[in-house]
Ligand binder design. Structure first.
Ligand SMILES: C[S@@+](CC[C@H](N)C(=O)[O-])C[C@H]1O[C@@H](n2cnc3c(N)ncnc32)[C@H](O)[C@@H]1O
Length: 265
């Protein structure tokens, strides 16, 4: 779900702030394409957890790995840093971050899906390098972070913000827990102003993503992708959101077919 033929875009923000809501797991089978409550989305991501990684590789032809590497580079994470990966899912960006910060650093991977975190933890066990031991998985809500002010040297978020119901609050939380002068790097699908791009995105979701997901009995869950992009923010709107949250600057670039974003000082 995260990546599809280059139709993604990260945006990074700097700056240096506060806030709090709680979510509870539910076993209800409630997944709809216009899923627009946090608990519905939590259920959705729990359900897709067992196949999420395989589908990412399949649907992006492996390209999501390149984009995630870029997002981690843009975060500016360095050896020994304490960093946060929000909406970490099965942990791709957290693993990449741990390679940057090394065993002397610390990576916190936070997500509200216990099933995604279980996949992340089992992947961690299978990995031998010492740097992976510096990752801690935390079940929590991106809009109510269980961290102190100014705790992190860098924050990443891959394909997360689009799925967060209260994005304004999530952005303010990122601002609060980030140290002054440090950077947030956000990677996601682009909500384009170009009708051709939107048409291509919709076409690929309808004709490639959903049919493939149907093979895993996850059609409805992946139909949600189209909805989530349509109600996401454009690059300009994301920049405004970051500035309103207190960040000193924010820059969104489209890449990969014209749709990826990066912060510039
Ligand atoms: C598309 S997945 C991305 C996972 C991973 N970052 C990646 O790039 O592969 C989105 C993740 O965001 C999580 N998520 C959505 N809203 C959240 C929130 N409010 N708080 C914490 N996690 C959230 C979901 O549980 C899911 O694991």
């Amino acid at each position: 779900m995260s990546a599809l033929l280059g139709i993604v875009f990260p945006v990074t923000f700097t700056g240096h702030g506060q806030l709090p809501a709680k979510l509870h797991s539910s076993r209800r089978r409630l997944v709809v394409k216009s899923s627009n409550s946090s608990s519905e989305r939590q259920i959705l991501f729990n359900r897709i957890a067992p196949v999420y990684d395989n589908l990412n590789d399949l649907l992006s032809l492996g390209q999501h790995r390149i984009w995630k590497n870029m997002a981690v580079s843009w975060s500016g994470a360095r050896t020994g840093d304490k960093v946060l990966d929000l909406c970490c899912g099965s942990g791709d960006l957290a693993f990449l971050l741990s390679e940057k910060v090394g065993p002397s650093g610390k990576v916190m991977g936070l997500d509200f899906s216990s099933e995604q975190l279980a996949v992340a933890a089992s992947r961690q066990k299978l990995r031998g390098r010492s740097c992976y031991k510096c990752i801690e998985w935390i079940e929590g809500d991106a809009t109510d972070l269980p961290f102190d002010d100014c705790e992190f040297d860098a924050i990443t978020m891959g394909y997360g913000l689009r799925n967060v119901v209260d994005r304004r609050r999530a952005m303010r939380e990122m601002y609060r827990v980030l140290k002054p002068g440090c950077r947030v790097s956000i990677l996601d699908f682009n909500k384009s102003n170009q009708s051709v791009t939107t048409f291509m995105q919709d076409w690929m979701i309808d004709n490639i993503v959903v049919p493939v997901a149907t093979l895993y009995d996850l059609a409805k869950e992946y139909e949600y992708l189209k909805y989530s992009i349509s109600e996401y923010l454009t690059g300009e709107e994301l920049e405004t959101l970051a500035l309103e949250a207190g960040f000193s600057s924010a820059r969104h670039y489209e890449i990969s077919g014209g749709f990826m974003g990066i912060w510039s000082p």
